[in-house]
Design a protein around this ligand. Sequence first.
Ligand code: SF4
Length: 696
Amino acid sequence: MNMLVTEKFATAPSADDESNLRSGNRQLVRIVLAGHVDHGKSTLIGRLLHETKSLPDGKLDSLKAVSARRGVAFEWSFLLDALQTERDQGITLDTSQIRFRTKSRDVVLIDAPGHAEFLRNMITGAAQADAAVLVIDATEGVREQTRRHCYLLHLLGISQVAVVINKMDRIGFDESRFQELEAEMARHLASLGLPATAIIPISARNGDGVERRTPAIAWYSGPTVLEVMDRFSPAKRLTDLPLSIPVQAVYKFDDRRIVAGRVETGRLAVGDEIAIMPRGTTARVQSIEAWPEPGQARPQAARAGQSIGITLDRQIFVERGDIISAPATPAKAVRRLRARVFWLHDEPLELGAAIGVRVGMAERRGTIALIENAVDPGELSPIEAKIIARNHVGEIEIALAAPIAADIYADNPRTGRLVLELGGRIAGGGLILAVDGNASADNRRHSGAGRAELSVRAARLNVELADLPAVERLKRFREEVAGPLVFTTSFGLEDQVIVQMICEAGIDLDIVTLDTGRLFPETYQVWAETERRYGRRIRAIYPQHNKLEALVGKYGIDGFYESREARLACCHARKVEPLDRALSGAQGWIVGVRADQSGNRQGTALVAVDARHLLKLSPLLDWTRDKAQSFAADNQIPVNTLHAQGFASIGCAPCTRAIAPGEPERAGRWWWETDEQKECGLHISSDGRVIGAAKG
Ligand code: SF4
């Protein structure tokens, strides 16, 4: 059996069709039919189509006539076979779904012949079910296969389940036998957290319990199969879900900046306030743009299913991959998420694997931080493995290299999904179960500590390290941080002092630099000299090629001279995103900040908790520039020759200049900006504030 499509539902529904189908008073409910192939699913489907008058005129009579001519008793399953044959001849259409109407609902019945395939389709988003009907043969009772189907429903998070005990005619409509099976199924479903909506005695072949309570089951007072289908709650309409517009592109058109994307869920109107996630910035919708049509005014509102462009009432940074939400129900800004995934790649998914993660239009790098509950769909029972093999299901936690905007599947089934990539190929897909603070206790265990706990440790370290020499601070910090530790250098004076201490003391950590592609030649020289002197590799993190292409395409190669928005975008592509990657998976971070470099660094703590959930040490925080210079001279440390030319700090060539005598140290960074805005984009929060502490 595969499907029937009646004329009135001649094509598979798109999201738009669904909203049309759901319009008016009729609602659409998607129901998966689970159960062993021999327990009467095909018979039940045939009976349902007949009882709801969904069959083509004359179809039933002609099949009965054919059966009579061949001398065989008519079976409802012949109906499906016949329709299947017609489908193969191209007469009807195939979507592996069966559609019919009950009194108050449009029903899409999804058959699950191979549960592995169905599981994959559900988890990757190719199919969705709001409820399930589980078919059990009364003569065979509850078998291992039945338990597996229950587990499948549990895995998919389907909470509305009706059980039909079929073939009651074969056991003489025995009420006590039904009650035994009813009690057994109710217990089993409850143990999986799935209370049964109804358990119904039926004979699909004779029609008892399908549309009517017949005299044969007079002792049964619960709903019939069609009545229970009318009781299932449909999924919420897409327009009733919170607003979600994944940004596809930002275009410059005339003097307008148009943010384009598809309204996946919810509604939007001119004048609405919106939140741009994961940045957390807000703006108002100034206009909804559309190609002008004669006599038509500009649209004032849009709803789920429409692709739109909008302009905003203020200049804020927005890029492809951001999600536009309502401020009251924003998508979550996520650095770590938990998902149930179906894995398709030949190579098993392993702990620590580096993968690509796509949520909506956004793409991030991520590391697999946890694997649990791996399941072989062929067996539908958990397997003890810390890998997820091809065509298996499992739960994973992913530590992302940079924040992403995401919804939880339970909140928004349309957008709470992700796609996984390995080696540039789609390798799996899944449902987002939890994010950051909502993730499991295991999340906290594996990430080292919760934020409150980290704050306590940072406070303790601030006391312990305060009076230690800088090198001892580094050693003590290394002891304290159990996992990977990263030192980021831009080859300035302070960074060179710290590199000397790290290398001389043999401290085990990763030394990393962000090669923005716009560094001074002098910086590359001191980089090479430092590697030679200490015999140690300094790892370069480069911007992502596609991000640079997009940046240069939009603003030009030197676009950062033109506007602050272009500078922020440039820093984002060349510094912010690469830094997130550099720190991905780290538990601690070391930077060469001094408190007296600028006013906004005065309040920096020796050890702080970074927004990325890691401990951050500034071992030279209380040093002066003179002290650093003396240390460098005494230890013959290679120093960037730009310092001798008046450069106080080392950054990108176009954005850094020598400072005039008497100017403050940061005067040479983003030198055309006003005093309060001189830090580069690495030190600017998503809401535009200049923040201290990081070393750029
Ligand atoms: Fe671009 Fe200047 Fe930022 Fe470097 S400092 S990334 S060149 S805007």
